[in-house]
Each structure stands twice: as structure tokens, then as C-alpha cells.
Design a protein around this ligand. Structure first.
Ligand code: NDP
Length: 480
């Protein structure tokens, strides 16, 4: 059985303890590879390797850093098929989605920051003929990057690429649940000629590896994407050490459909925003609010489309909903469906686990589920489920729906469907969320800053802000 290895000091090496644990293929519910059960000793080695690499990498001209990072992007493109297959097997997501979204985006992340660093600039402020002020930015040192399982390579590279482009060295941990593409990335980095120790990838669990990274005294900057509870724990550790921190956390995003929407587009896109990647995207619209005058017709059309989604083998080209990433997460989602029923919800579609045939019989599959009849403030509508489960309810006015939409502790993303331009902007400005999509979903311009409000996170990733995040800023004032 394949054993993954850590990537430390430019080499693929076994964990210091020699211990491994199982990696499951969620489509079959079977173990298919072994993950290093690394710990603080491996993180220590990685920090030492990064410290050794930092003096040279931090002064390597941006044009040289750029060339190497572009080469990594090219290698991701060249290996798209293999990476997409690995991601689909590791995560349970449809292969098609991995091919058209996850892996291309991982390559874009490298290419965007590799070229962005060539055009970065800093500000200067002249005080007429008294003085001139200018800003210098330096890489900070060693960045700790920790990412979740839902968009494994996409989110992993979204952190690593700007950290490396800015001249930092990195100690990174992918989710233990989906480590395969990060392992393959380490092989590509070696091929691309990334100098030893510049990027170090340590596999293992959050409590052992994640916490060794966040609490390490020589890692002054942490970029984390994951659940709000883990974010809270990381803040508790990092804040007293005065670390620079970016936290991209959970969401419970509203999808608001006004009566004057483009009906067909709203139905079609809402199916994607609800159930893409089995609903395991932090940006999925899991709470749907539909204006009362079209509620019945919208629900009819939406339910009919959702019933047409094929749940099945992630590797089959017509599969739209694959396997749930882990048994533990599968059980969590099913428990929320039971909770919704206890809270008075009516299941309009789905609502059960699915037992598929043959080799898929051990896999973890759940029907795309739509639930109505719940109050906006019940637990089902307030807590993140992160699976193929959406709630739907009618509303009568803008004020009412804004109250519902803004009622959770989260503030990551929102979706609005209306043809009324003024209303679109008015409602968007009143929604408490870091990003608002109007008549679309998941369109991303990598130049725009990304992040959440409230308990969905702190700080912004994306754009030039991410390059700035991984630097120390110094303002210099020269008297003329
Ligand atoms: P977790 O918070 O459980 O894990 C995220 C990462 O943190 C994993 O690598 C995990 O390790 C690690 N980790 C766990 N405990 C610690 C710790 N004490 N110290 C340091 N690291 C730790 O999230 P999930 O992987 O379950 O991902 C799903 C969550 O991510 C959802 O809440 C989702 O909304 C959110 N998310 C947010 C996004 C955003 O942009 N805002 C984007 C995508 C997802 P391991 O699991 O390997 O043990």
C-alpha cells in the first residue's frame, strides 16, 4: 500500500516516529494509502530546514522566484489528469469537478502570485518640501499554512503561493483526511527546482502537527482555513505570541431569491450553489430564502432539478454528487438531518443515506436533501452542516429576509437573485458577509480580497493583500 512521505529540506522522508495511519477512499469506505503520523519532531526538522533556506530565498530576485513558481504551475497543468484523479479518490468529489475547478485553480494560484510579485509596489507619501515617506516590505520568515479537506489542493496552494512569492519559507500541513494532492505537489516542487527547505509539507493530525506549527516560536505568521472552532483554538495559542494571523472559517450562507429573478438561471445556479462538491464548500448557499409570490413554483422546479442529480461513483462522468469525505462527517450530516426533522422540518427531497451497489457499497453517500418548514433561528438554520443539505423558506419583504440572512454568527458569503439593480446593491450592502454574489455564484477574480465577517474569519486572502499579509511593513521618513 502506498505510503505518503513528508517533504522536508527538499527531500521526501518518513516521519521521525516511523508511525503511519490509514487514508480512506470515501467512495469505497476502504483504506487505500498510509499517511505519516508526524509530530512536533517533524515540525522541528521542517523549521530548521526553512531557517536554513530563508536567507537565500528571501533575497532571491522576485523574477527568479517567479520563474520557479510558474514552473510549478506548469507542472500542475501538465499533471492535471493525475492530480484530479488523486483528489477525487482522496475526497470523494466528482472527478469532473476536480478536473474543471480544483486542479486548474491550484495552478492559477501559483501563476497569479508568481506573476503578481513582479508587479507589486509600495506607497510613497511626500510632505511637500519637508520630507518624503516610503514603505518597505520584507518577507517575515517562516509561514505556517494549514488547510482543510474540502478543496484540498486549491486551498493549500492559495496560502502557499503568496507566502513563497513574497520570499518566505513555509511549513505547511494539509488536512489529514485529504493529503494525497499535497504529497504529489511536493514531488512537483522537487521537479520544478524549488530550493531545498523553501517549502516543507508535514502530514499528520491537527492536534499533533497543526498545533506544533501554530505554537512554534519561530513561525511568526499563520494562515489557516478550516472550522470556526479550530480557528478559535488557534487564536488562543497564537494571540499571546503576537503572531500575524489570517483565519478563513466556517459559513452558513444565505441564498436570497426575489420574485423578479431570472427564474431558470436562479434554479439552475442554486442547484450548484447548494450541492456542488456534496455541499462541502464553505461558500455553498445552504439557507435558501424565496419571495413568497414565487415560492411554490420555485420550490417545485428546484426539487425537480435536485431529484435529477446523479449520486454515485465520483469517477463516473455523469456523477454530480459524490461521496461524503469521511465516515465521521457522514454521520455528522445524517445527525443534522435527524435534528431538522425533530425541529419540525419537512423533507421535500432526499433525507437519507444511500447504499450503492458493488464496490461502492462501503462508501459514504447521502441524498441531496431539501428541508422546509423550519424557523430561521433553529439549530439547523444556525449551525454549519457542510453537506448536501439545504433549508428553504419563504419571505415577504427585504427587511424580513435581511433579518433572516444576518441572523447567524457567520458572515462568509451571500447570494442574491433579482433583476432590480437598485435592490441588488441595496441588499448587498446590508448583508453581513465578506462576499456577495448577485445573479451568480462562485465567480472569483483572484485580485479581489477574500474573507469573512463575524465568526467566519479574520483577515483577507487573495489579491495583493495576500502578498502584503506575508510581509513586514516598515515606513521610512526622510527629511529633505
Ligand atoms: P478543521 O478546522 O477541522 O481542520 C482544518 C485544518 O486544521 C486541518 O488541517 C486540521 O487537521 C487542522 N487542525 C485541527 N485542529 C488543529 C489545531 N488544534 N491546531 C492547528 N491545526 C488544527 O476543518 P475541516 O478540515 O473540517 O474543514 C471544514 C471547515 O473549513 C468548514 O467549517 C468550512 O466552512 C471551513 N472552510 C472555510 C473556508 C473559507 O475560505 N472560509 C474554505 C473552506 C473550508 P486534521 O483535520 O488533518 O486533523
Amino acid at each position: 500500500m502506498k505510503k505518503l512521505m513528508n517533504y522536508i529540506g527538499g527531500e521526501l522522508i518518513a516521519p521521525q516516529s516511523g508511525n503511519y495511519f490509514d487514508n480512506y477512499n470515501p467512495a469505497f469506505g476502504e483504506v487505500y494509502s498510509q499517511i505519516p503520523d508526524s509530530d512536533s519532531a517533524d515540525v522541528e526538522l521542517a523549521v530548521k530546514a526553512a531557517e536554513k533556506a530563508f536567507p537565500a530565498w528571501s533575497v532571491t530576485p522576485a523574477s527568479e522566484r517567479s520563474k520557479i513558481l510558474v514552473k510549478i504551475a506548469d507542472l500542475i497543468d501538465d499533471n492535471l489528469e493525475q492530480l484530479a484523479l488523486a483528489e477525487s479518490i482522496d475526497n470523494g468529489k466528482p472527478l469532473k469537478l476536480a478536473k474543471i475547478v480544483d486542479i486548474p485553480r491550484a495552478s492559477h494560484n501559483f501563476r497569479f502570485y508568481a506573476t503578481g510579485i513582479l508587479h507589486n509596489h509600495t506607497a510613497a507619501h511626500a510632505m511637500e518640501d519637508t520630507a518624503i515617506n516610503y514603505t518597505l516590505r520584507h518577507p517575515i520568515g517562516i509561514a505556517g499554512c494549514i488547510s482543510p479537506w474540502n478543496l484540498p489542493l486549491y486551498l493549500f496552494t492559495w496560502k502557499i503561493a503568496p507566502a513563497l512569492a513574497s520570499g518566505n519559507c513555509v511549513v505547511a500541513k494539509p488536512s489529514e483526511i485529504t493529503p494525497m494532492t499535497a504529497f504529489l505537489l511536493s514531488e512537483l516542487c522537487i521537479k520544478a527546482g524549488l530550493p531545498a527547505g523553501v517549502l516543507n509539507i508535514i502530514h499528520g493530525t491537527g492536534p499533533k502537527v497543526g498545533s506544533a506549527i501554530t505554537s512554534h516560536k519561530d513561525i511568526p505568521v499563520i494562515s489557516f482555513t478550516g472550522g470556526t472552532k479550530t480557528g478559535e483554538e488557534i487564536s488562543r495559542v497564537a494571540a499571546p505570541m503576537f503572531k500575524k494571523l489570517s483565519l478563513e472559517l466556517g459559513g452558513k450562507n444565505p441564498n436570497i431569491i426575489f420574485a423578479d429573478c431570472d427564474f431558470a438561471d436562479a434554479v439552475k445556479t442554486s442547484v450548484h450553489s447548494a450541492f456542488s462538491n456534496q455541499g462541502e464548500i464553505c461558500l455553498c448557499g445552504s439557507r435558501m430564502f424565496v419571495e413568497r409570490s414565487i415560492y411554490d413554483s420555485f420550490v417545485r422546479a428546484f426539487v425537480e432539478s435536485v431529484k435529477g442529480l446523479k449520486v454515485g461513483d465520483p469517477l463516473e462522468p455523469d456523477t454530480r454528487v459524490g461521496a461524503i469525505v469521511s465516515k465521521q462527517h457522514y454521520e455528522k450530516i445524517l445527525s443534522y438531518i435527524s435534528l431538522a426533522k425533530e425541529e419540525g422540518g419537512r423533507v421535500l427531497c432526499g433525507g437519507s443515506k444511500i447504499q450503492l451497489d458493488g464496490k461502492l457499497s462501503g462508501g459514504w453517500y447521502i441524498e441531496p436533501t431539501i428541508i422546509e418548514g423550519l424557523s430561521y433561528n433553529c439549530r439547523t438554520n444556525q449551525e454549519e452542516i457542510f453537506g448536501p443539505v439545504v433549508t428553504i423558506m419563504p419571505f415577504d419583504s427585504e427587511e424580513e429576509v435581511l433579518g433572516y440572512a444576518n441572523s447567524t454568527r457567520y458572515g462568509l458569503a451571500s447570494i442574491i437573485w433579482t433583476q432590480n439593480l437598485k435592490r441588488a446593491h441595496r441588499v448587498a450592502s446590508k448583508l453581513h458577509s465578506g462576499i456577495v454574489w448577485i445573479n451568480c455564484w462562485l465567480l472569483r477574480d483572484l485580485r479581489t480580497p477574500f474573507g469573512g465577517m463575524k465568526q467566519s474569519g479574520v483577515g483577507r486572502e487573495g489579491g495583493f493583500e495576500a502578498l502584503d499579509f506575508f510581509t513586514e511593513e516598515k515606513n521610512i521618513c526622510v527629511k529633505l
